[in-house]
Design a protein around this ligand. Structure first.
Ligand SMILES: NC(=O)c1ccc[n+]([C@@H]2O[C@H](COP(=O)([O-])OP(=O)(O)OC[C@H]3O[C@@H](n4cnc5c(N)ncnc54)[C@H](O)[C@@H]3O)[C@@H](O)[C@H]2O)c1
Length: 445
């Protein structure tokens, strides 16, 4: 990498961004951080990727990928470039002119925000903070985090925000696997602590993203991200509740949604499922409920949505037990296959997937469980689950051997009618099992 004198003022930083000489550091090379590295590389910036996981940094430097939808060629091309390097050496943060924080923000065991990764990262940056640096937090979190957790740690170094360094929040809106929208063409909300911070952050993101949405503060940007995810969580809970109500009334909720969505205004379709999955929707809303309690306010919609959505796996299990019974079998000793371990179709991300709960709950009822997921050949051990299972082959012969097959993830491959030719009982939570296959009983759940 070429070394240039680091910009020390706002004007020098803006000039270096325009000239593509500003070195960009991305901390946390996961689903959010890695695409950012690639975009900045593509735009001609020197980029340093930081991660505590040296397996990841080593793989990247060898040109290998660990995220299925980001192909090997794309990584190999970017990391073959001497402008780009991945490292676990945080002393190199001092070389960066702009630092983007993309570390995890999980929940603790009592659904409280766990900010330890943000705090550790803030300490790492503070140790190397120098004049002229821009720092932007991208991790999803409650309003106030940037101002309360990052700003004081940086100012404790004797540097002044807006004059010596620049600080803001800009939430990520990744949708892995979405072919229409990617990091570049999804509008990016940006909020700076002050006007100089705002202009530095807008200049940086403007270099790689088509449309920047400036807002008046980091708190607005932090809240906008939470509102987006809460909107989804609440609407998914609503259709999940409608599913249960309509089911009792003998009405097909999927047909109802298809009819309702023909209204050209004022309605947006959401679809029921076996429960919430993924890194965002099941977790993020509780960042707000926790913070809201500080001001004596209660976010009741969030709590209610959480209650309904977390009850869904149990509902699916109950429907499966009933269906197996109606086929003249007891769930004890029945062989049950769960189709799909990832939390959404055609990707390999299994974080917070409800499939884990379905498998464990059916195991508790006495069923012999297996799963089939071409994207997740081995069920990795996670924080909460350790299934110790490997995927069975995704063939008609293999899936036809089970007493019941429960569809949890709507992978495209699962929609092939030929796959279902030997199955007798399907419990379909995603409305994808083909109808009219001879000898196949499809139960909705
Ligand atoms: N995945 C998404 O689709 C998505 C979308 C929007 C927002 N987000 C948010 O973005 C943030 C990151 O999510 P993600 O999905 O990329 O997570 P991830 O788990 O895929 O990646 C996080 C990376 O950070 C690394 N890491 C952990 N501690 C670190 C530390 N102290 N220093 C450096 N690296 C560290 C991990 O090794 C991992 O590689 C979270 O706040 C998440 O809520 C995620």
């Amino acid at each position: 990498m070429t070394t240039m004198a680091a910009p020390q003022t706002l004007d020098a930083l803006l000039d270096s961004i325009r000239a593509r000489t500003a070195r960009v550091g991305v901390i946390g090379l996961g689903y959010v951080g890695l695409p950012l590295v690639l975009l900045f590389e593509d735009a001609g910036f020197p980029v340093l990727g930081f991660d505590v996981d040296t397996k990841k940094t080593d793989m990247l430097n060898r040109g290998e990928t660990y995220i299925r939808h980001i192909g090997r060629e794309r990584i190999a091309k970017a990391f073959a470039n001497e402008r780009v390097f991945a490292t676990a050496d945080f002393d190199r943060l001092a070389e960066c002119d702009a630092i983007l924080i993309c570390v995890p923000t999980p929940l603790g065991t009592h659904r409280e925000p766990d900010l330890k990764y943000i705090r550790i990262t803030a300490e790492q940056i503070a140790l190397r903070l120098r004049p002229g640096q821009l720092i932007v937090l991208e991790s999803t979190t409650y309003p106030g985090t940037t101002r309360e957790e990052l700003l004081p740690r940086f100012e404790a170094r004797g540097l002044v925000c807006g004059r010596d360094f620049f600080l803001g929040f800009s939430p990520e809106r990744e949708d892995p696997g979405n072919e229409r929208f990617n990091t570049k063409n999804i509008p990016k909300v940006v909020g700076g602590i002050d006007a100089p911070s705002m202009s530095a952050a807008a200049e940086l993101y403007g270099a790689i993203i088509d449309h920047i949405v400036p807002v008046s503060s980091p708190e607005v940007a932090e809240s906008a991200k939470l509102l987006e995810n809460i909107f989804r969580a609440v609407n998914i809970a609503l259709v999940n509740e409608m599913k249960v109500v309509f089911e009792r009334m003998g009405i097909d909720v999927w047909e109802v949604i298809d009819a309702a969505k023909t209204k050209p205004f004022g309605f947006m379709p959401f679809y029921p499922g076996p429960g919430l999955g993924g890194h965002c929707i099941p977790l993020d809303p509780f960042y707000l409920t926790w913070k809201a309690a500080e001001t004596g306010t209660w976010a009741r919609f969030i709590e209610l949505a959480g209650e309904i959505n977390t009850a869904m796996p149990r509902y699916v299990v109950d429907r499966t037990v009933e269906a197996v019974n109606q086929h003249g079998k007891s769930i004890v000793g029945a062989t049950v296959l769960v189709m799909g371990l990832s939390y959404k179709p055609d990707i390999d991300d299994d974080r917070e997937s409800p499939s884990f709960e379905l498998i464990e709950m059916l195991q508790e009822r006495g069923a012999a469980m297996s799963y089939c997921d071409p994207f997740v050949p081995v069920a990795r051990r996670g924080r909460k689950h350790d299934l110790g299972l490997e995927s069975i082959a995704c063939t008609a012969d293999a899936i036809g051997k089970y007493d019941a097959v429960v569809v949890s993830t709507p992978h495209t491959q699962f929609k092939d009618p030929a796959l279902w030719s030997q199955v007798r009982l399907a419990v379909d939570t995603r409305n994808i099992v083909p109808r009219g296959v001879a000898g196949l009983d499809v139960v909705r759940a």
